[in-house]
Design a protein. Structure first.
Length: 156
């Protein structure tokens, strides 16, 4: 029961942060927090077996989810690394010497962010398949997500 509550809370936090991050590429703190939540979720799924149903089909689904969960924090971490580098380069005393490096890093960061946007549907599918007794997130959260996603699509 406690395991399910922890996983549910992590899942809900991710589900709330994901649309916010997708709408605004400059939400650096939210990107980093979402990465940490994904990692915690993956680690929980790795170390704690499904207590409700321990058949081999479920084990395979969990292992597949864990593999998919590895990609998301890696991408979010790469974006965070770029954000850190960009912030550092902007503080350099002789900006003319690093301008081309800064522009390259910003360009790379934008490509990574675009990959995150393309990966978002897969991220939602992963969250939807988490095995917590078939429960879905509350309808209010789902409606909030859909509204944010629709605004995101309209911006593009």
């Amino acid at each position: 029961m406690r395991f399910n509550n922890i996983v549910r809370r992590l899942r809900e936090r991710i589900e709330l942060d994901l649309p916010v991050v997708l709408i605004n590429a400059n939400r650096i703190n939210e990107i980093h927090e979402m990465r940490k939540d994904y990692k915690k979720l993956r680690y929980l799924l790795e170390v704690v077996p499904d207590q409700n149903n321990s058949n081999s089909k479920n084990d395979k689904e969990i292992h597949k989810m864990i593999a998919e969960l590895e990609d998301i924090p890696d991408l979010l971490g790469s974006i965070h690394d770029s954000d850190t580098m960009i912030a550092y380069l902007k503080r350099v005393r002789h900006p003319n010497e690093v301008t081309h490096i800064l522009h390259e890093e910003i360009s790379e960061r934008n490509k990574k962010y675009e990959n995150l946007s393309n990966f978002a549907n897969e991220a939602y599918q992963i969250l939807d398949t988490i095995f917590l007794t078939g429960s879905r997130s509350c309808p209010r959260i789902r409606k909030y997500q859909l509204n944010l996603m629709n605004r995101c699509i309209q911006i593009d």
